[in-house]
Structure formats: C-alpha cells, structure tokens
Design a protein. Structure first.
Length: 127
C-alpha cells in the first residue's frame, strides 16, 4: 500500500510554522497558509474556528510560554485526509520540554487543515 506522506508532512510543516511564527502579522499569515478558512482547532484548553480565533490561540500560547518553540517528535503518520503526529514545546534557553502532546489533523482537498484535535500528554505542574 502506497501512502503519499509528502502531503501530510507538508501540512504538518505549515502547522508548525504557524505555531512558531512570532508577531501577530506573521502568525496570521502562517495560519492562513496552514488552515482552511473555516478550519478549527480543539484541545483541552481551546475550541475555536476560523483564522482569527486560531491565531489568537497561538498568540496566547506564546504569551504563556515566551522563548519556547514547538518541535515535531518522530514521524508524521497519515491516511486518507487524516494525519497524526506528536510534538513538544521546547524552551530555547535550556532545551527543556515541559509540554508535549499528540495531534490529529484532517485536511481539505488542497492540503489545508480542516480540523485539529489536540491532546496534552505532558503539562507542567500547576498549569
């Protein structure tokens, strides 16, 4: 069975580009490149739809964790219009990764994100 992993890897690369963009304008542009116009993002802390709301969630994460970047853990796995991958939030100063999770994304025909379902596997105490 042959699976076109490039489609999933490309979508996930754009996803991380959005999460790792800095500045409101850069985040908005990256979200627009990664998500369908009515695309959504759902995790234990958020349930939003549309570019503006997704960008607001990303900006809030940057405020809560300044100096951190999201990094892919392992390979992207996918089939049909669905991909899954693990990630961690890494402190650029000391390399620690207090937050880690697992996301499942569904893609539209152009490879843009229709929906993200995020799960948190590791969170700091008191968060």
């Amino acid at each position: 069975m042959s699976v076109n992993t490039e489609r999933y890897e490309s979508a996930v690369a754009r996803y991380f580009e959005a999460w790792n963009s800095t500045g409101a304008e850069a985040v908005r542009k990256a979200v627009a490149a990664a998500w369908a116009a009515d695309g959504g993002y759902t995790d234990p802390l958020a349930d939003v739809r549309g570019h503006e709301q997704v960008a607001a969630v990303i900006e809030a994460a940057h405020e809560q964790f300044p100096g951190f970047v999201f990094r892919l853990l392992g390979a992207v796995d996918g089939h049909h219009d669905t991909a899954r991958f693990s990630w961690e939030l890494v402190n650029q100063a000391d390399g620690s990764a207090p937050v880690a999770g697992f996301d499942v994304v569904t893609l539209d025909g152009e490879g843009r994100i229709r929906q993200v379902l995020g799960f948190l596997d590791r969170v700091p105490a008191g968060a």
